[in-house]
Every structure is written in C-alpha cells, then in structure tokens.
Design a protein around this ligand. Structure first.
Ligand code: PLP
Length: 398
C-alpha cells in the first residue's frame, strides 16, 4: 500500500479539481425538471465561449471524445465522400481508420511521427482539386501520442487562398481549453473535445462545436451516412429547450458548470499562458536530462503533453512500471510504434509548477532505476530555473 497522493501525469484523464468534484456530488435529479434548463442552457452558451465559437452551436454527448469524432462525420458527410486527412500519430491514425470504416473515400497523407499537419501536401491536394471533390479536410490539432501541435490557422489560410469550400474538421480533444483555439477566427466547422482533458472532468462527456456552415451541411438534401443516436436534428430539437433526446448525465453538468467557471475566472488566455509556462519547464527539464522529445522541433511543441524518448538500451515500459509501482506516479506510455521507446508526461488541466517539478523528479528517479545514465536532479534544476524566471514578474504581486 502506498501512502500519499497518487500522481497523475497522463495526458487525460487529468486531475479533477476539488471544486469540480464537489460540484458533481449532488443527488440524482429529474432530467425533465422545469429547472434543468437553468443549468444546461448556460452550459451550451459558455461552451461556445470556450471554443471561441460565435455562431453555430455546441453539442454535448454522453460519450468519450471518439463519439464526437463519429457524430461530426455522420452528420455532415455522405458515403463515398472524398476527404483529406493526415496521419502523424496514433490518434490521427485512429480518426483516419474511423473515416474509412464509415465508408468515406479517404486520402490520408502519412507524415513522419514528430511533425504535424503537412501544409505543403494539403496545399497541393487542395490546389489540384478544381472540381471541389474534397468535401472535408481533417486536422488533429494536438497529437497526444507524439506531443505535437499543428497549425490550424495555416490550414484555414490555404483553404481560403484556393477559395475551397471543404468543411474543416478539427480534433481538439487534447488542446481545447488548454491551448489557444479560435474556432471562429480559424473557420473551423466541426471541433471535437472531450471532458477529461482541459475541461478537468472525468471521461464520459464529449463536446462537438459546429459552425453555421456545418449545421447547413447537416440539413442539406445530400444523402448522409446512417446516423441515429448522434443525429443533430434530434439534439437541436431538445437542446434548444435545455433538454436531451436521451437520459443525460446530469451530475456531469454540475461539474462542467464548475469547470467552465474556473476557466473563465482564470481567463482563457491566462489558462493558455499557464499551460505554456508549465510545458516549457517540462521541456527544459527533459533537455536538462539529456533526453529528446518526439516533437521534431519547437514549431511542433505541444503545451499539453510531452512525448520523451528514453535513452538507448532503456525500456520505456520498465520506466512506467517503476514509476507506477515504486513511486505512485502514472506517466503515459509510448503508443503503437513508439511503444517501449517513449514515455509521455501529460501537463494539462489542474496543474502548477510544483506538480510539474514532481513529475520531473518522478521521471528522473524512475529512469535511473531503469538503468538510464542521467544526472539526478538535472531535469528538476533546469525546470526550477525556468519557473523562477517565468514567475519573476509575479514577485511584485506577492
Ligand atoms: N483525439 C485525441 C487527440 C486524443 O488524445 C484522444 C484520447 O486521448 C482521442 C481523440 C480519443 O478520445 P476518447 O479517448 O475520449 O474517446
């Protein structure tokens, strides 16, 4: 039996703040009560703020993020529709696989893991599509398997440069509410998020924020993929009144209210700045230990998760096992082709500097136990240095 707090440094589920946990601790309630809309209508409104979506609307589904991946596709696309996607990690790979399973005609561009959306290749495909056969372009904003963030504004720019009408789908499961995301400004038509990452809730609720254009596509006369549970029209008819076409997870809604309040009290831009500051400390710590990130360069660095190569001859799974069993700390593992070579530190959600220093300390001690030749304390020292510098301006406010 381990004493003390188990440390959770996986890239979701993330730590649920006490305030959110307490907010969820309410008796079961009537999902058709006259006052439920007092809660839910405010959630729909404020979720739009979190996505920075001024038009359109947000759906909430009782599913993990994968459900909203599916809802986005089914509601707007038809069997055989041509779509442009890129694969650069396990999650972008799985979205491609889903699109194929659902019967879309997928052009999937394979990119070296460590890089993100291939703007040049997208530009070529879009530029060559004079007949506008590509109905949708997909991007995984933050590839959680590799710790890589992609340039969504860049994709919007190239679509606009070619006056291409494709819908823009974005997976923001490990970015939205943690790092900068601007649905309206970037012209994102369907943006997917999950409750268990930046929203600091348990897994089990997904959010799909859609533009007016996506809503129009869901209503037009083109045949669509089969859809039932996730049918937008059913959701809209009930959501407009503050209700749902199924039994909704009402406790979640109380947690979501608390989580949105926390995000807005801090201010979204401050939330993003905090994630950047914490992530940079982790990256400096990794460098201080002489280790490399999977992300191939600073332009790809993710402020929510770092995927880290272990030194040659060290088994990353052994590092994970030691961290978990000996030091009560969970890190993320290397997924698919990165298995055994990589461990991941999730640094998103309800976190602060000292927690991140703890993550680095746990990584150092577990790496050393697994046989890595590292200098104990070197990672923590580098991060410590950065956090002091980054917070220097805050001294005046103490
Ligand atoms: N997309 C990304 C980028 C993810 O990180 C994840 C999960 O970690 C998913 C999609 C799938 O989400 P879920 O596990 O909530 O279904």
């Amino acid at each position: 039996m381990k004493h003390g707090i188990r440390q959770l440094f996986i890239p979701g589920p993330t730590n649920v703040p006490d305030r959110v946990r307490r907010a969820m601790n309410v008796p079961m309630e009537d999902q058709r009560s006259p006052d439920l809309p007092d809660l839910t209508l405010g959630l729909f409104r404020d979720l739009k703020r979190a996505f920075r979506n001024d038009g359109g609307r947000v759906f909430m589904f009782p599913s993990s993020g994968t459900g909203s991946w599916e809802a986005a596709i089914q509601n707007t696309l038809a069997p055989g529709d041509r779509v442009l996607m890129a694969r650069f990690g396990q999650f972008s790979h799985l979205w491609v696989e889903m699109a194929q399973r659902l019967g879309l005609d997928v052009t999937a561009i394979d990119v070296e893991w460590g890089k993100g959306v291939p703007l040049d290749a997208y530009e070529q495909a879009i530029g060559a599509d004079h007949g506008h056969e590509i109905r949708a372009v997909f991007v995984t904003h933050n590839e959680t398997a590799t710790g890589v963030t992609s340039d969504i504004a860049g994709v919007r720019k190239l679509l606009d440069a070619h006056s291409h009408p494709a819908l823009l789908f974005v997976d923001g499961v490990s970015s939205i509410a943690s790092i900068d995301f601007r649905q309206d400004e970037w012209g994102v038509d369907l943006a997917v998020a999950g409750s268990q990452k930046g929203f600091m809730l348990p897994a089990g609720l997904s959010f799909l924020s859609v533009s007016e254009k996506a809503l129009a596509a869901s209503r037009d006369n083109r045949p669509k993929l089969p859809r039932s549970y996730f049918l937008f029209a059913d959701q809209i008819a009930m959501n407009d009144q503050g209700y749902f076409p199924y039994t909704p997870p009402t406790q979640f809604f109380h947690g979501l209210r608390a989580s949105l309040d926390m995000l807005f009290e801090e201010g979204l831009d401050n939330v993003f700045a905090r994630h950047h500051r914490l992530a940079e400390g982790i990256r400096r710590g990794v460098r201080g230990l002489g280790l490399d990130l999977v992300a191939a360069g600073p332009e790809w660095y993710s402020d929510t998760v770092s995927a880290i190569f272990v030194p040659e001859g060290v088994d990353a799974n052994q590092v994970l096992k030691i961290a978990y069993e000996r030091y009560a700390t969970s890190f993320g593992g290397g997924l698919a082709r990165l298995n055994g070579r990589v461990f991941r530190i999730g640094h998103l959600g309800d976190l602060n500097e000292v927690m991140c220093l703890g993550a680095l300390a746990a990584a150092e001690i577990s790496l050393a136990d697994a046989g890595a030749k590292i200098t104990p304390g070197a990672g923590v020292a580098a991060a410590h240095d950065w956090y002091r510098k980054a917070n220097a301006g805050a001294d005046a406010r103490l």
